[in-house]
Design a protein around this ligand. Structure first.
Ligand SMILES: N=C(N)NCCC[C@H](NC(=O)CCC(=O)O)C(=O)O
Length: 448
């Protein structure tokens, strides 16, 4: 395979599933806690996500769709001791442990920045695109994604000559892994290996040094294991610790405080431990490195957590300038919006802002960047991706009609044991596998 052929950063967005609801399941994610038990609108949520995908595809960006996992996760409920037929299991869980029913129904697989860590073929010794499925072992509702995500990614990236999807790391806290949300890849003009920057919350070898209030979800040990699996060159691999003080302020993933694209790293001044030394190390390997650091006096960490300023997407336009894709909350915040105007006027590649209303996802702590998995692909690799998942007018029309047929416009935790919800979900997902040409990717299809 040709190492030097032109490559593209494609974005694959998670399609919001029909059971999207607010259950307060993610301790350390303040939006999740704040919106616990509020009614959600799954139809609006899926349409908001599709709107972003369609707008970016219309601008010529390569945009794909990742289907939701099948929920309720009856396998998980059985594993937790609930017995009987499907309806009995749901009802028993609702009566005895509603928080477990919520976990089994969570639509959290929409945040595909946590589906896997991805290394492009230019960085890997065997010249394949490597994916390691995230084990997400810090939270029950997220941990149970790994199995289904593995099957879905293998259905999308099936060509084993070009892609390899590794199983998730061992499910133990020392190997906590949250995927691409804690991984950046920086690169300059020349084709060839990029600099892979893995960001962890704590080092399991050291007894202290992590956050104290909220959990660190990613360990250094997990990042190192992913780098080994991906056969990365240690010369172009760096590890950095996220500042534990910002984890304690609600920055549960690095993509809540930093985003990279090409040679640019856009981040808050408090994002990393030893930030200056880290920047020196990056610059040593990548002379074009262009950090854009936001001072606390312009935007506080709390403002960043509330607006998801850094959970933005940086996209290159044809002319080499960059566009920043932001959530509506960033526009509504005077200090953040003022900072963004200064950024546009300043000497840097960002020349445009695009704002999307993603409020249904934002209320659970998921912004524009959480909803996408970035996969850098050569032209040949792009041709090898399942073409039915690539966004275009026809797919957008089909998926909006499909969602309109199956999704509810109101859902609360009280609705989760409704047998009709289960039947509708399975029917919706069965139809979706046809639209996206996925084969029988869901367990319920195999037992039919
Ligand atoms: N930053 C990135 N890349 N992803 C955001 C993930 C949000 C997700 N929220 C939730 O899982 C909330 C579910 C609930 O409470 O109902 C989480 O905390 O893992």
């Amino acid at each position: 395979m040709n190492r030097n052929s032109q490559s593209t950063e494609a974005n694959f967005d998670g399609l919001v599933g029909p059971t999207h609801h607010y259950a307060g399941l993610s301790f350390g994610n303040e939006a999740s806690a704040r919106h616990q038990y509020q009614p959600s609108n799954p139809l609006k949520a899926v349409l908001q996500g599709l709107g972003k995908m369609k707008a970016l595809a219309d601008q010529g960006f390569v945009q794909g769709v990742i289907p939701p996992l099948a929920r309720p996760d009856l396998r998980l409920l059985r594993q937790l001791g609930f017995t009987g037929n499907d309806v009995q299991i749901l009802q028993k869980a609702r009566q005895q442990a509603p928080e477990l029913l919520s976990a089994a129904c969570s639509a959290s697989s929409m945040w595909v920045a946590n589906a896997a860590t991805v290394s492009p073929s230019a960085d890997t010794a065997d010249n394949r695109v490597h994916f390691t499925v995230a084990n997400l072992n810090n939270k029950l509702h997220r941990m149970s994604e790994a199995r289904g995500t593995t099957a879905v990614l293998r259905a999308l990236f099936a060509d084993e000559r070009r892609f390899i999807v590794h199983d998730a790391l061992p499910q133990t806290p020392a190997f906590g892994d949250e995927g691409a949300a804690n991984h950046n890849r920086l690169y300059g003009g020349a084709e060839g290996p990029g600099l892979e920057l893995f960001v962890y919350g704590y080092d399991a070898r050291l007894p202290s040094g992590g956050p104290v209030r909220y959990p660190a979800r990613q360990t250094r040990q997990a990042s190192e294991a992913v780098a080994r699996l991906h056969q990365l060159d240690p010369q172009t691999t760096l590890y950095a610790q996220q500042n534990p003080a910002v984890i304690d302020q609600g920055v549960f993933h690095n993509d809540v405080i930093a985003v990279s694209h090409r040679e640019v790293l856009f981040c808050h001044e408090q994002a990393f431990s030893g930030q200056q030394a880290l920047f020196d190390a990056i610059r040593q390997r990548l002379p074009e490195f262009h950090p854009l650091v936001v001072p606390d006096e312009a935007v506080t960490v709390s403002d960043a957590v509330n607006t998801y300023l850094f959970n933005s997407q940086l996209l290159s336009r044809q002319d080499g300038s960059m566009s920043l894709v932001l959530p509506q909350e960033a526009r509504e915040h005077p200090a953040v919006w003022q900072y963004l105007q200064q950024l546009l006027a300043g000497d840097n590649p960002i020349t445009g802002l695009q704002v999307f209303d993603l409020r249904e996802s934002m209320r659970n702590g998921g912004g524009p960047a959480c909803l996408r998995l970035r996969v850098t692909l050569t032209e040949e690799e792009r041709q090898a991706v399942n073409p039915a998942v690539m966004m275009n007018d026809a797919l957008y029309t089909r998926l909006t009609a499909w969602a309109g047929k199956f999704y509810r416009d109101r859902l609360t935790t009280d609705d989760l044991a409704d047998p009709q919800l289960l039947t509708d979900n399975y029917q919706a997902l069965d139809e979706l596998t046809g639209i996206l040409n996925l084969g029988t990717v869901y367990d319920f299809q195999q037992s039919q």
